[in-house]
Write a protein that binds this ligand. Structure first.
Ligand code: LLP
Length: 416
């Protein structure tokens, strides 16, 4: 459920016509519905209300400060993967004692910053990383709370680029090696074992792989605790899918039921790292039609947003619905919606059935709140889009559109 809807043939975000914002802000821009985000956080957290848990929103999905501020206001923690994300989370007021740090390549500097901040837990992904973390912690006179990210070798049945819990993926520690690493961690100065972690992939549309992963972790926990190493936190990552098209992902309550069943009893805090399910359908990308043209075999609608703004269609061949901001009863035709970038891979949608919009009309790319702006770039020297947030009948620019000066910031000539 989200707060984008048509009223009198015009697309609204909550109580604001999308067109009103476009007139004021120009295009392209990302548009986020604060009420949708808050609702998604609430529904997700409520699904787990029966047990001790902590929701750590996965910052990479959408790291705009205004979005993170909503999380902070709701007492949500954060799952971060870089010093930059730590910086953003702290700026937004997220409590560091609710931050977990994931990722295969944390640098010593990033570890230092996170230790200084006093985060809840490092999700460690290799023996070498563990050694580095121990050294960094000792040099600061601190103890780093850790979980091992275990790779449970479960097939999430999602796009290969975003499945992470298979043996062949670079993520995590093989189940077979985890116990040995826990023994080592328990002995290391500067390290305190706090939990166990996994994340099997993103955009999962069935619950079973989650249940499977949790069961494998539970087996492992039994062995680890059997050696007198207590596991306080069980972090099961993110990955719950959303509806882009015809998917039917489980509701948070069904997902929770599967997880809780696999979990059994135990005196642990469950950590969840949802990203897409919170913000994906809370945002759209609004773009303007520049030109239409008929190619030899198909129609093209050329818009002012491109793969630098939203790379998911190009990178994953991901489908994102595109709708006209003003409903149209023109007959629909098969068309590609493409951007101005000089690559054939620059499309937002291919072979869509769309009423061909007028030049100057607005289109909305739906389900763009997750991995939209956060994966954007300046390719072709295109300033990044503005970001706007709506709550009820009010809207604010939460990130200015970049300028040409922003494009060259920090660059200088090489004097011969
Ligand atoms: N935790 C960890 C350790 C992760 O690596 C991820 C996502 C999440 C949580 C959040 O997953 P979510 O709930 O959003 O599925 N760019 C791709 C998605 C990459 C996901 C990377 N990891 C896309 O646009 O589909």
């Amino acid at each position: 459920m989200n707060f984008f809807h048509f009223r009198g043939g015009e697309l609204y975000c909550e109580d604001v016509p999308v067109r009103t914002i476009a007139d004021k802000v120009g295009t392209p821009f990302y548009l986020y519905s604060a009420s949708t985000i808050k609702r998604h956080v609430r529904v997700f957290a409520e699904a787990f209300s029966g047990i001790d848990h902590l929701v750590c929103y996965s910052v990479k999905a959408n790291s705009n400060l205004a979005v993170l501020r909503l999380m902070a206001g709701m007492g949500t923690g954060a799952d971060i993967v870089s010093g930059g994300e730590l910086h953003r989370a702290m700026k937004a007021g997220i409590d560091p004692s609710r931050i977990v740090f994931s990722g295969v390549g944390k640098t010593a500097r990033e570890m230092e910053l996170a230790l200084e901040a006093g985060i809840l837990m490092f999700n460690v992904e290799s023996g070498e990383e563990l050694q580095t973390l121990a050294r960094v912690a000792c040099s600061l006179g601190k103890t780093a709370p850790v979980a091992m990210r275990v790779n449970p070798d479960v097939d999430p049945k999602t796009h290969p680029y975003i499945s992470t819990g298979l043996k062949k993926n670079k993520f995590g520690i093989p189940v077979t090696e985890a116990l040995a690493l826990y023994r080592q961690a328990a002995e290391l100065d500067g390290i305190r074992v706090a939990g166990i972690d996994c994340h099997i992939g993103s955009q999962l549309t069935t619950s079973d792989p989650f249940g499977e992963a949790v069961m494998r972790l539970m087996d492992l926990i039994e062995k680890i605790e059997g050696e007198g190493i207590p596991i306080r936190y069980l972090d099961i990552g993110g990955g719950l899918g959303i509806i882009y098209d015809k998917e039917s992902p489980p509701l948070p309550a069904d997902y929770a039921e599967t997880v809780l069943k696999a979990l059994g009893n135990g005196n642990r805090t469950l950590i969840l790292e949802p990203g897409r399910v919170i913000v994906g359908n809370s945002g759209i990308l609004v773009t303007k039609v520049l030109y239409r043209k008929k190619g030899a075999t198909k129609n093209f609608v050329i818009v002012d947003a491109a793969m630098n703004d939203l790379i998911r269609p190009s990178l994953y061949e991901a489908y994102q619905k595109i709708v006209p901001v003003r409903e149209s009863d023109e007959t629909r035709e098969i068309t590609d919606v493409v951007g101005p970038i000089c690559e054939s891979g620059d499309f937002l949608g291919r072979d869509l059935r769309l009423a061909i919009p007028e030049k100057g009309e607005l289109l909305a790319v739906m389900s763009a709140g997750a991995y939209g702006f956060s994966m954007s770039s300046q390719y072709n020297s295109r300033p990044r889009a503005a970001e706007v947030m709506v709550m009820d009948s009010r809207f604010e620019i939460v990130r200015e559109r970049e300028t040409y000066e922003d494009l060259i910031r920090g660059e200088r000539f090489f004097e011969e």
